[in-house]
Write a protein that binds this ligand. Sequence first.
Ligand SMILES: [Zn+2]
Length: 195
Amino acid sequence: MADYKTDFAARIGQLGLKYFNASELLTRTSSKNKFGTQNSRPPEAIWDNIIPTIIVLEALREHLGKSVSVQSVYRSEAYNQASTDKATGYTGRAKTSQHMAFTAIDFKVAGMACTEVAGILQEWSNSGRMFFAPVMFERKAVKVSAGTIAFGELPRSWKVWPFGTWFALKGYIHAYPSENFTHVDTRGLTSKMSE
Ligand SMILES: [Zn+2]
């Protein structure tokens, strides 16, 4: 019988990351939100969705030489939607958040303003910089009650040698100064660009 954590760690292990591990990508997946609804772990079918995002964060970590702390990655619909319940007066989270598609990471960089961090990522995106993942990855769109979460292709090319995938960063990048964290996702080329 397959063990979730072992299998997930094996898949993430194939990325050869220096700075991040599989556990960090499961951050808060056993937490409860403020309404008591528990999050869950991302289903295996969408594990690959996070691959380009963590590769970009790895490149950023290498570039900055400062510690990066992962704040929030996957959010189940139940966990996310409970926090958008109008009856409670809290509407702070998007009904089609990329966190539900496992393509988004909220993170903090020690000693840096989130606006500066977001600026670097935005520049990488604008310039069409390519990133390398030493695996092939196949991502899948996620449906929630509000519809299919915005999801498109990343410009990419597959390589036989070295084996893997070159891809460009296309997604939503946003700084949240009130808590000094940055959101990055790799939803790909879509018309909808917001959290
Ligand atoms: Zn976010």
